[in-house]
Ligand binder design. Structure first.
Ligand code: UT7
Length: 395
């Protein structure tokens, strides 16, 4: 195996059409648009339709990233899916995505590092390509979190949403570019700060665990907030130092989109203004492992990233995990336009003699179904964000 340089050649995202606004949540729990916007910056999040699963969201984002890279799906040799909301505990969601994108040759596996999953997956995929093991690795972050939320718990149900983002990492004979430095950490002291109690070997699902509502995400918000503000800054700085750079030399940070206040506090801690941080938490909420690759695809497609820019992916999540990568961007951002030709649909085969029960949480379905027509997504409304630039049509 010959070491090569490993660069991002494709990127793509998919957010389901369903929109859940703060006004909708006011009808579910004792909350208000004002409280949610002030404490989190979130105005709305996306909700997958009943026929969608984590694998179908992932497959659409993946097909877009592969189209941008200009590859045939069969040229992908490894598929990594970072998720905490897999279709099933087994098989892996990555195996289902492989079939859904029409790939016949790749190895496929899931990455379990919660909201840091994409950053962990990117580090893994980068190592596989730069070592010479594979030429093209697909890394996806995909989540369908609305199926794991207690829509009676205002501490959690206002925060999370559904979506997927993906990148293709390809070997290059040109020197430089790609990952310049990284940092990955895991702190089990925080293991039960964000937690889904039931479904594993410690607490298999049963009538009793369901009655105890242990099949839903639980979170200690304040502790997680404190950890997040500390660790996002320290992980980013460690990765930047390993790259031999200073924070000031980073053109754009693509942080995990958990809470606008957390991102603002990291910017302040690093002594940088908010225009160096890509923010879309207002429109998608926290999509866990999908948040960094969704933000990356939007940032590149809207002209916020240029060839030669040094950018930073940085995330934290359950575990507690955290991770950061410094990346030198090498791909022509205009190639993102190739993703527009991909039809936003994917199907994942189910066994012929089995079908799931309706997967939508009943309380959520009731609110969505009682509206007068579908909600229309908001425009980007985060204050201080530069206007999105128009993309050029690729040659
Ligand atoms: O990917 C990682 C995932 N997790 C996170 O990133 C979460 C990090 N934590 C946070 O973002 C924040 O801690 C939250 C947004 C979850 C909460 O914000 P906070 O400013 O830390 O609020 P708090 O938990 O201190 O609650 C303040 C008050 C409490 O009422 P009292 O005790 O002061 O009367 C809560 O009961 O706000 C109440 N509250 C709410 N009120 C209206 C909690 N949730 C809500 C709500 N609507 N949805």
């Amino acid at each position: 195996m010959q070491p090569r340089s490993a660069r991002i050649t494709g990127w793509g995202m998919y957010a389901p059409m369903g929109v859940l606004s703060n006004a909708d949540l006011e009808r579910l729990v004792d909350t208000s648009d004002e409280w949610i916007v002030t404490r989190t910056g979130i105005r709305e999040r996306r909700v997958a339709a009943p026929h969608e699963t984590t694998a179908t969201l992932a497959a659409i984002a993946a097909k877009r990233a592969i189209a941008v890279a200009g590859l045939d799906p069969d040229e992908i040799e490894m598929i990594l899916v970072a998720t905490l909301s897999p279709d099933y505990p087994m098989p892996s969601t990555a195996a289902l995505v492989k079939e859904a994108i029409g790939n016949t040759r790749a190895a496929a596996m899931d990455v379990a590092a919660a909201c840091s999953g994409f950053v962990y997956g990117y580090a893994t995929g980068h190592a596989m390509v730069s070592s010479g093991m594979y030429r093209h690795v697909l890394v996806i972050g995909a989540e369908l979190l609305t199926r794991f939320l207690d829509f009676g718990d205002r501490n959690t149900c206002i925060l999370f949403g559904d979506g997927a983002g993906a990148v293709v990492i390809s070997a290059s004979d040109d020197p430089g570019g790609g990952m310049l430095g990284m940092e990955l950490t895991t702190d089990p002291d925080g293991a039960y700060m964000i937690w889904l109690p039931s479904g594993g070997s410690k607490s298999p699902p049963s009538v009793e665990t369901i009655a105890r509502r242990e099949h839903y995400i639980r979170m200690e918000g304040k502790e997680t907030y404190r950890y997040a503000t500390r660790t996002l800054a320290s992980s980013a700085l460690a990765a930047i130092q390993r790259a031999g750079l200073t924070a000031d030399e980073i053109a754009l940070f693509i942080p995990h989109q958990a809470n606008l206040r957390i991102i603002e506090s990291v910017a302040k801690g690093l002594g940088l203004s908010m225009d160096r941080f890509y923010v879309n938490v207002d429109r998608y909420g926290n999509t866990s492992a999908a948040s960094v690759p969704i933000a990356l695809a939007e940032a590149v497609d809207s002209g916020r990233v240029k060839v030669g820019d040094r950018i930073v992916f940085v995330a934290f999540g359950a575990g507690f995990t955290s991770g950061a990568s410094v990346v030198e961007w090498t791909a022509d951002p205009a190639l993102g336009r190739r993703a527009d030709s991909v039809v936003p649909a994917a199907s994942v085969r189910a066994p012929v003699d089995w079908d799931s029960v309706d997967p939508m949480p009943a309380r959520l379905a009731a609110v969505l179904n009682s509206r007068n027509g579908p909600a229309v997504p908001l425009d980007d409304v985060v204050p201080g964000e530069p206007e999105h630039a128009h993309r050029e049509v690729p040659a």
